[in-house]
Design a protein around this ligand. Structure first.
Ligand SMILES: [Zn+2]
Length: 210
């Protein structure tokens, strides 16, 4: 599977572009900004976008979704508990001082246990609320990878002081859903460098005693 990670926008959100070499189908996770760059990567690998997955509706993750949907016609997947945040994209734009982007229509409301497939490889949806109420993570067994959104970072966890955040809930999500995965699973956080479940289990200060 092709997997390119492109940090986009002023907050450098890690946008993931996944592609299947045989079918040339692609999934994009968190197209926050720089849609031209994302499209260039799709074109370079001759990929056809089949779906846009949003880990949560913060502007740096969802800001370019409407534009990418318009370009590709691909459906947008998100958890319904972030619909309120999606409606407030203009307010969020004010937080970071950027022009409000167009609000994307959400085509598929994904829930815990759902599977989004690329070619025949499943991306398992884990509902991991706490950073926002609709935060999801994606476990991709064929790649041994976890797309963690802003729930888990290398040496950190997502902030919970924004609307919809809950500091106890994010710990429960991490403990029960993410730390349940094998130590060798590679974690691609929403920002910053990748890590592994095992490294965070051992080293992450915020997870001590879990
Ligand atoms: Zn966020």
């Amino acid at each position: 599977m092709i997997h390119e990670i492109l940090p986009v926008g002023p907050l450098q959100c890690n946008c993931s572009i996944f592609g299947d070499e045989q079918s040339h189908e692609a999934l994009v996770v968190d197209p926050g900004d720089e849609i031209g760059e994302i499209q260039a990567i799709l074109d370079r690998h001759e990929l056809q976008l089949k779906g846009i997955i949003i880990t949560h509706a913060h502007i740096d993750h969802i800001g370019g979704a409407a534009k990418l949907k318009k370009l590709s016609g691909a459906p947008v997947y998100m958890n319904e508990n972030d619909m309120e945040l999606t409606a407030q994209l203009d307010v969020q734009a004010g937080w970071i001082g950027v022009e409000p982007p167009e609000k994307p229509d959400i085509d598929v409301m994904v829930r815990d246990g759902d599977i989004v497939a690329l070619a025949k490889q499943p991306f398992h949806v884990l509902h991991t609320p706490g950073h926002t109420q609709g935060s999801i993570s994606l476990h991709i067994p064929s790649e041994n990878k976890l797309i963690a959104g802003d729930t888990l970072f290398r040496d950190g966890i997502g902030r919970t002081d924004l609307p919809g955040g809950d500091s106890r809930q994010i710990i429960v999500s991490i403990k029960e859903r993410l730390l349940a995965l094998d130590d060798g699973v590679i974690v691609i956080p929403g920002h910053g460098p990748e890590t592994t479940i095992g490294r965070e289990r051992e080293m992450n200060y915020f997870l001590r005693g879990l």
